[in-house]
Design a protein around this ligand. Structure first.
Ligand SMILES: *[C@@H]1O[C@H](CO)[C@@H](O)[C@H](O)[C@H]1NC(C)=O
Ligand SMILES: *[C@@H]1O[C@H](CO)[C@@H](O)[C@H](O)[C@H]1NC(C)=O
Ligand SMILES: *[C@@H]1O[C@H](CO)[C@@H](O)[C@H](O)[C@H]1NC(C)=O
Length: 341
């Protein structure tokens, strides 16, 4: 399935929907993880982080009000001080050294980063009429299993996928492992979070148990939420486009026919794809957007937005000082690379 051209160009201006699709430029690339490893400098593996500049080694909701503490955001909605982050992709050369793969911003003018979606209904449903409850202050969640190295390991995560992109509009097929052949445009990593909330807990020890997938199928197939997690939340989707095109020379690929990309946490299979979300919208700005008729890349009456120059200006200096851009003899933090079990 190919995306409608309009969608790719981001000019769905004639459709009335509350599906949000927006770019967040890169805030910082560093080894910090306030969700999984609060207080730990450095965390085990490298992340690329976007969103509000209150991002820090510790972001305890008991002592921190993110929208108050942040003074800027790298996202196009200027009242969205949330943080969104993923691991970082590396190319592993035949000589065993690693090079960080750059990212492509899908919305022109932005620098790298993540394209973020909040959906009320399936992506292709242009009505987006269903009610969703926006996340609350202090809410955060995680999806995926960094230790997964097989299809069976990731079966419980319904929509953590990759697309081998022939061009900027490629959206299929989606696979749960890294593409096995060179991708002319790049590799898109997709992370769709669970969408059903227990209605009580803003977080949980594994950052996942307070959320659930629908009883069967997916959010997109309109399956209901389970009784244990009855509150229907927006579908949050991250798209990250990795510009693997400069590493497409097969002569540089492993001699055994495998593919050369590895995640910063040492995953050579792709099954360990995971993503982190820390909610930080100001007041009820997100709920208003979700309740409002609004087009893709919305500015609506209720939404304050900013241009790419302001987004790109919102950056942080890495607190963890280390080379993440050269040809590295090992992954940052010395993460060993592992393949299928
Ligand atoms: C991160 O937290 C430390 C310790 O509380 C604080 O000094 C620093 O200003 C914070 N950095 C940012 C960017 O908020
Ligand atoms: C390893 O291979 C890469 C890619 O071919 C090259 O750029 C780099 O200089 C090499 N490093 C060493 C130490 O040979
Ligand atoms: C999902 O579960 C509901 C309720 O148990 C059932 O009615 C429906 O047929 C199921 N759908 C699929 C696609 O399995």
């Amino acid at each position: 399935m190919q995306w409608p051209t309009l969608f790719v160009l981001g000019v769905l201006s004639t459709l009335s929907t509350a599906l949000l699709r927006f770019q967040c430029s890169q805030l910082v690339v560093q080894r910090l993880d306030p969700l999984v490893a609060p207080g730990q400098i450095p965390s085990t593996h490298l992340h690329q982080i976007v969103g509000g500049n209150a991002f820090n080694v510790t972001m305890d909701p008991k002592t921190m009000d993110i929208p108050t503490q942040a003074t800027c955001t790298s996202c196009s909605f200027s009242e969205d001080f949330s943080n969104y982050w993923t691991a970082v992709l590396f190319f592993k050369a035949r000589n065993g050294t690693f090079k960080r793969v750059p990212q492509i911003a899908q919305i022109s003018g932005a620098t790298a980063g993540i394209t973020v979606y909040y959906m009320q209904d399936a992506l292709y449903d242009t009505k987006q009429a269903s009610k969703v409850t926006a996340f609350k202050p202090g809410f955060r969640m995680f999806v995926g299993d960094p230790t997964a190295r097989s299809k069976a390991d990731v079966a419980k995560f319904r929509q953590l996928t990759y697309t081998c992109m022939a061009n900027a509009g490629s959206r299929s097929p989606e696979t749960s492992e890294f593409p096995s052949t060179p991708c002319a445009y790049g590799i898109m990593a997709n992370a769709r979070f669970p969408t059903c909330w227990d209605g009580v807990n803003l977080d949980s020890p594994n950052h996942m148990d307070h959320m659930s997938y629908p009883v069967n199928g997916t959010f997109e197939s309109q399956a209901p939420c389970p009784d244990t997690h009855p509150v229907r939340m927006p579908q949050v989707l991250f798209e990250v486009v990795w510009d693997t095109s400069k590493f497409n020379n097969k002569a540089d690929w492993p001699t055994d026919g495998t593919q050369p990309f590895v995640w910063s946490f040492g995953d050579g299979t792709g099954y360990g794809n995971h993503a982190d979300y820390v909610f930080g919208w100001k007041g009820d700005a997100l709920q208003k957007l979700m309740d409002d008729a609004c087009v893709v890349n919305c500015p609506t009456a209720n939404a304050k937005t900013q241009g790419s120059a302001a987004m790109n200006k919102c950056v942080q200096t890495a607190q963890v000082k280390e080379d993440v851009d050269g040809w590295l003899t090992e992954l940052p933090g010395g993460m060993p690379v592992t393949y299928s079990k």
